[in-house]
Design a protein around this ligand. Sequence first.
Ligand code: PMP
Length: 362
Amino acid sequence: MPLPFRTAIQQIGGYVPGEQPQATGWIKLNTNENPYPPSPKVVEAIQNAATGRLNVYPDPMARSFRKAAAALFDVDPDCILPANGSDENLTILMRSFCDAGDAIVYPYPSYVLYETLAKIQGCDVRRLHLNDQLNWDAGEATDLCRSAKLTFVPNPNSPTGNCWTPDELEQLLPDDGLLILDEAYGDFANTPHRGELLKQPRFHQRMVVTRTLSKSYSLAGLRFGFSIADEQLTQGMQKVKDSYNCDAIAIAAATAAIEDQDWMLENRGRILATRQRMAAELPKLGFVALPSQANFLWTTHSSGRHKDIYEGLKQQQILVRYMQFSGKSADAEGLEGLRITVGTDAEIDRLLQALETTISRL
Ligand code: PMP
């Protein structure tokens, strides 16, 4: 007898997250984590929360975090919606705004989780293909987005690492829907993003910004993200979230993390310096690395043997992300390459050595 899944669930393969080996000894450059530890104040907050009142439910509104995030982003705490990782914010958005049959748009290549979440909701997915300059055609963008319910766009984009301008982003606004600006990598941009576009009249009430503590705050293991939007939009989304979607330990840790900007900025500085070094070294090994405003580099190799390079590194306990994206039509060329997270300098030294060995054996 077939299992009683909804049709939409039967039809999707499901999102496949990056590899997360649980053994030690790996150099992980595959899922854009921060190689540095979180602030000591975060560890202290976790210890205090763990010896606190874990027998009672956490604050359903995560008020300490909302207050701290609101101060940082210069908005009212009622504009902040914390969640169990920004992936949960994306789920909340989808469930709040999309009925089955509604359309969502996202640039391609980009974060394919948007597509999976939309399909679970029974939505139509429209891919806005990027050209060689990593841009979309303005006319096509308007055509696809105008009647969409939600447009999702990471800025900086993943896996390509580029940023789009406010005028370009404006082309993605649905007429009667919302633009979701995914600022997962916003702190690594040349001019760090602070959700300022929300304050521009053309975007106000038409945009939701999502942020994560997984990258710039070194807290991927904690699971904490949040959205920033107009109070009324945020209030509506609260109806959709689980009552206690963030636990007491995570709320305490995330609050301490966001209050320690010095720590975050110091790590950001280190990552940007290493990114620059990688961008200089990789071409010497036959790679083209796109200019990046994120904590990773999108690279292609002159040999075209990306899968083999990925495998060769894996044999040396180094993980990078091999990625393949289909072209606009069946006969159009797709995109294939390696997305490499910026690690510590020592990790990148190991990577460069391992690449040299791997490439010499191709
Ligand atoms: N958006 C983008 C573009 C990402 O790359 C990621 C990380 N995979 C996320 C959102 C989700 O981040 P998290 O759920 O860890 O907050």
